[in-house]
Design a protein around this ligand. Sequence first.
Ligand SMILES: [Zn+2]
Length: 218
Amino acid sequence: MLHIVTPVGPLQCNCSILGDEKTHECIVVDPGAETDDIQEILSENQLKVTHIVITHAHIDHIGGAMKLRAATGAPILMNEADLEQFSILDMQAKWVGMESPGKVTLDQPLHDQQKIKFGNIEAVSLHTPGHTSGSSCLYIASEKKLIAGDTLFAGSIGRTDLPGGDFDMLMRSLHGTVLSLPDDTVVLPGHGTMTTIGEERESNPFLTDNRYKPRIQS
Ligand SMILES: [Zn+2]
């Protein structure tokens, strides 16, 4: 699988281009800002975009989605629980000093466990609410890879003080869903460097500290 990461926008969101080298079909995850670099990578590698996947509706992850859709014709997918964020995208853009994205619309909802195929590769959406209500990760089991959005970072986790954020819910998503993946899964967070599930399970202070562990309900 081809995996090209290009950080975009003032907050350097990790935009991922995941492609099947044989069929040249690909998906673009989190085209957060200017799409020139993304489109250059697509044409250099002769890639055809089948889906534009948004991990969550923060401006730095979704800002370039409409432009990329116009350029490629590919549908935009996102968990509908984040539609509540659409009414404040302009405000979010102001907060981070980005241009307003204009009107953003969804083409297809993204459900938990939904399969997305590009070429012969299959990714599965994992609904991991907490950073926002609709936050999702993309898991490609055959490649042992997780595109984590702002749910998990190397040594940290997504902030939960913005609208739609919920710390307890994020902890349940991390311990219940994300940490159920194998230790050798490579994780690409929404910002910063790559890590692995094993590394974070071992050393991420938010995951090792018992105070943060969700109580098991009996
Ligand atoms: Zn975010």
